[in-house]
Write a protein that binds this ligand. Structure first.
Ligand code: SF4
Length: 201
């Protein structure tokens, strides 16, 4: 079976039925969330879904999503068109649950990342996007091995025949965006995305 569409559909079935993290007791409930648009020359990779995303079954449906789509709207990319044309996924696909003693979500653990990452690597190979937007510190670390967003946002990276564009995570971005230089970094990242789109990617 070499038809890429069939291979992707096989993979999506495997992801949708995965319960590995729940069976190991890492997460409360395995309900994989992603939005597989293919063929697509653009992919967006976030950290992990939140509770709102788990309930809706779609990525970036909560407050973080509103911020993210506000950024894209500024460069003329409306949410509806974006969702229709971009394969949206994340480093881990299931809501990790709450962070102890806080109201925020827990970041996925190394064990969860190791269990889920092979799915993402296979998706990237099969979908073969020309441009990948990495949203948040975790995705930037996993794919570009860069620890600080300041060293990544506002630049484009060429790797394995693709262009990788880091963005801050929109849920925690407000504090990161306080310094003027970080606001400028985000503006530059969005300018790069617009330029690539305008060039027909
Ligand atoms: S996070 Fe990934 S590996 Fe873990 S249960 Fe969900 S789909 Fe499976």
């Amino acid at each position: 079976m070499n038809d890429p569409t069939l291979l992707i559909e096989e993979l999506l079935k495997k992801i949708r039925s995965c319960r590995a993290c729940q069976e190991k007791g890492y997460i409360p409930e395995a309900r994989p969330v992603f939005s597989p648009v293919y063929p697509s020359s653009w992919m967006l990779i976030g950290q992990a879904p939140g509770k709102v995303e788990q309930e809706s079954g779609l990525p970036f449906m909560g407050r973080a999503g509103r911020n993210l789509f506000r950024w894209f709207k500024e460069i003329g990319w409306e949410e509806r068109g974006f969702r229709r044309s971009v394969y949206m996924t994340s480093v881990t696909r299931c809501w990790p649950g709450k962070q102890a003693r806080t109201s925020g979500d827990r970041a996925p653990s190394r064990k969860e990342i190791d269990l889920c990452l092979p799915f993402l690597m296979e998706e990237i190979e099969l979908v073969s996007p020309r441009v990948v937007i990495l949203v948040g510190k975790l995705a930037v670390k996993v794919f570009l091995n860069i620890d600080k967003l300041e060293d990544a946002v506002g630049k484009k990276f060429q790797q394995k025949g693709r262009i990788w564009i880091p963005l801050p995570h929109p849920s925690g971005a407000s504090r990161w965006l306080n310094p003027e230089e970080n606001k400028a970094r985000l503006r530059e990242a969005l300018r790069i995305i617009k330029e690539l789109r305008d060039a027909g990617n």
